[in-house]
Design a protein around this ligand. Structure first.
Ligand code: SAH
Length: 223
């Protein structure tokens, strides 16, 4: 093919992103138009290390350094869809990692509060998020198993690291009738679990098996 007719990097990524949306998301069970719109809007290539740029839209987790990963796009979309986030929601995310899931949530929510344990990842996530036109994100470095510092309640909480049980402080910071999604299980295999807080207690629903890195902290796994 003539050099000039070869698709450019930008075109190739745009094609890969369309493929991801059509086959990996719509082709499975991602139906919420707002979630699909957010997945179409956020450039995942901004959140992966340079050496993975070309596979930014592969439907798999990718390493982001320090033994952590950016989650698989389908799982990002699924967790967002089950959480039913709308523009009235204040959302807490535990485990910022690359910041990709944070950006997706910020497209949908009124405000996103996100906590990352590792300073180096938080710094990179801040810089990636800074390149997008989003001004409703607050990111701090802390142990997210303790919840957001101070008296605040959230409509939605998303935990993007594996836990043996839902940390108590997170359930306390969830508003009544609020939803929380988390991978609950062992350090190597979890069940994506959707929790609803009711006035009389919590109800939970198993979604699917997943494999996340561990939540390390006071109410998580030990380091
Ligand atoms: N949503 C992220 C997933 C990152 S992996 C993405 O798509 O990029 C999980 C992240 O949780 C890691 O960055 C890890 O450092 C972080 N983490 C683990 N324990 C934590 C804790 N107690 N508080 C906050 N973040 C934590």
């Amino acid at each position: 093919m003539d050099e000039d007719l070869q698709p450019s990097h930008v075109d190739r990524l745009a094609i890969a992103k369309q493929r991801m949306i059509r086959y990996d998301l719509q082709g499975r069970d991602i139906r919420d138009p707002m979630v699909l719109k957010a997945m179409a809007r956020v450039p995942r290539e901004l959140f992966v290390p340079a050496e993975y740029y070309a596979c930014a839209y592969d439907d798999r987790p990718l390493p982001i350094g320090l033994d952590q990963t950016i989650s698989q796009p389908y799982i990002v979309a699924l967790m967002t869809q089950v959480l039913q986030v709308d523009s009235n929601c204040t959302v807490l995310e535990i485990g910022t990692g690359s910041g990709y899931q944070t950006a997706i949530l910020a497209c949908l929510a009124q405000e996103v509060f996100t906590i990352e344990r590792l300073e180096a990842l938080a710094k990179r996530a801040r810089s990636s998020l800074g390149q997008l036109d989003l001004d409703n994100i607050r990111l701090i470095v802390a142990d997210g198993s303790l919840g957001w510092p101070g008296p605040i309640q959230f409509d939605r909480i998303m935990v993007t690291a594996g836990v043996q049980q839902i940390p108590g402080p997170l359930l306390e910071q969830l508003r009544t009738d609020g939803l929380l999604v988390a991978p609950v299980g062992t350090s190597s295999l979890q069940t994506l679990t959707l929790v609803r807080k009711r006035p009389y207690g919590i109800t939970s629903q198993a979604i699917c098996p997943v494999r996340f890195v561990k939540l390390i902290g006071r109410h998580g796994f030990q380091d």
